[in-house]
Design a protein around this ligand. Structure first.
Ligand code: SF4
Length: 431
């Protein structure tokens, strides 16, 4: 690929720039013909960081090879191009109105910088779907409600972690609330994925409200296990991170009988006054492997512990963590999402602990060439805060940085349907 790489200054056909600095999605090259520029967003981002205000245009026509320097008074384009395996040309191009010497130098510098990044590489994706099944189903139900009802929809629970999606829901009439007191009579109330305790549900039922339930089925199942064990007379140890949204739904099933435990030390310190049975329920929505170790510690300390049914465990957060661990083979990882968000920071810290540099980017425009220069494998994952389509935008742009293969690293724990044992054929005995 590098044998065919060219970085050059080309004359721009008249009347194309209208006085603006432009970055093109494809450029008509006088020798190579159509040069596609999938990495245009990366180049535009570099120019913005340099203080310029580039405009994206679909197409730029470069008429001939320039004999002049890019800093002369004519409109000129800086173009990097290479020929791919199938003979098509790819690259990137930005153009500057004549006479703007400073901008011309910055544009040429940025194109040269990105040209140094062009190489063959793998792009490894892991956990690029930012939301789990429960979140997705609950907010899909909300989306359908908003499409079918006229008035506002009140949602009890945390808004989606993605700002763009939350703003869109609010624009369409969603009111996110933390308590029933914020919901007026006659309103339509949707329970979010973390559900609600029986007390809250009972209060809602006595009000003049139309109810819709978007509780994640696994949260509902774990809550059902707490209720079942409590009804059997057990003290129920709920193993959970107290900060998680679903915890009040679980503990609220039987507040008098529930003990909340998060760490090993707490498991060692659990005291049960009543000598009756003990149940253990692990919260869905957290790292199941860690919480199961805490649950096992509780089980080891008491006789006759009644566990929850394993079908009510949620493996999605653990699957995500394990997929990220596999992504550590990458030379650098791009975490698509919001920089100032707990989840993004946690993912970056996870890679830092594995010795892999990781950077949070909201979109392709925030990717910097220095991060990728020597990277033969670029990992891409999504933070919970990733905007819809942002991961695709980053991957599409990376594909423009030389011949690439996009591979997906996935870890998926799912129940295996028991094997059906076919009974032997019984032959009728001849009479
Ligand atoms: S229980 Fe699992 S699937 Fe349901 S909301 Fe929590 S993480 Fe998502």
């Amino acid at each position: 690929m590098r044998r065919t790489l060219r970085v050059e200054s080309l004359n721009v056909g008249q009347g194309q720039l209208a006085g603006k600095i432009v970055v093109a999605d494809w450029v008509e090259h006088p020798e190579r013909g159509r040069v596609r520029c999938p990495a245009a967003a990366l180049l535009a981002g570099s120019l913005r960081r340099a203080g310029l205000e580039p405009v994206r245009v679909e197409h730029l026509r470069a008429e001939d090879l320039s004999s002049r320097d890019i800093t002369c008074s004519a409109d000129v384009a800086a173009v990097a191009s290479y020929v791919d395996r199938d003979g098509s040309a790819l690259g990137m191009a930005a153009a500057v109105p004549g006479g703007d010497r400073r901008a011309a130098a910055l544009v040429l510098g940025a194109v040269r910088q990105w040209a140094q990044v062009l190489r063959t590489r793998r792009i490894a994706l892991a956990a690029v779907k930012p939301w789990c099944t429960g979140l997705e189903a609950s907010f899909r139900a909300l989306d359908q409600l908003l499409s079918t009802v006229a008035g506002p929809v009140h949602v009890l629970g945390t808004p989606p972690p993605c700002r763009v999606t939350t703003e869109e829901f609010i624009r369409r009439g969603t009111v996110f609330v933390e308590s029933l007191d914020q919901v007026p009579d006659g309103a339509l109330l949707h329970f979010g994925p973390a559900g609600a305790s029986p007390l809250v549900r009972a209060k809602a039922a006595t009000r003049d409200l139309v109810l819709s339930d978007g509780t994640c089925p696994l949260v509902a199942a774990a809550a059902g296990e707490v209720r079942r064990l409590a009804e059997e007379g057990a003290t129920v140890v709920v193993v959970a991170d107290p900060a998680h949204a679903a915890v009040p739904t679980l503990t609220g099933q039987a507040p008098e009988q529930v003990v909340l435990v998060n760490e090993m030390a707490q498991a060692d310190a659990v005291r049960v006054g009543d000598p009756g049975p003990i149940g253990v329920v692990v919260e869905p929505g957290a790292d199941v492997a860690r919480l199961m170790r805490v649950a096992e510690r509780v089980r080891a300390r008491f006789d006759h512990v009644r566990p929850q049914h394993p079908a009510t465990l949620c493996h999605e957060p653990s699957d995500r963590h394990n997929a990220l661990r596999l992504l550590a083979e990458a030379d650098v990882v791009l975490v698509v999402g919001k920089a100032a968000a707990d989840d993004s920071e946690e993912v970056v810290a996870r890679f830092a602990a594995l010795g892999v540099p990781a950077f949070v980017v909201a979109s392709a425009g925030e990717v910097e060439p220095d991060w990728l220069r020597t990277a033969g494998c670029v990992g891409v994952t999504a933070s919970l805060t990733a905007d819809p389509g942002a991961v695709d935008g980053v991957v599409d742009a990376l594909r423009g940085l030389g011949p690439s293969a996009v591979v997906e690293v996935a870890v998926r724990t799912s129940p295996v349907v028991p094997r059906v044992v076919v009974p032997p054929v019984i032959r009728p005995t001849p009479v």
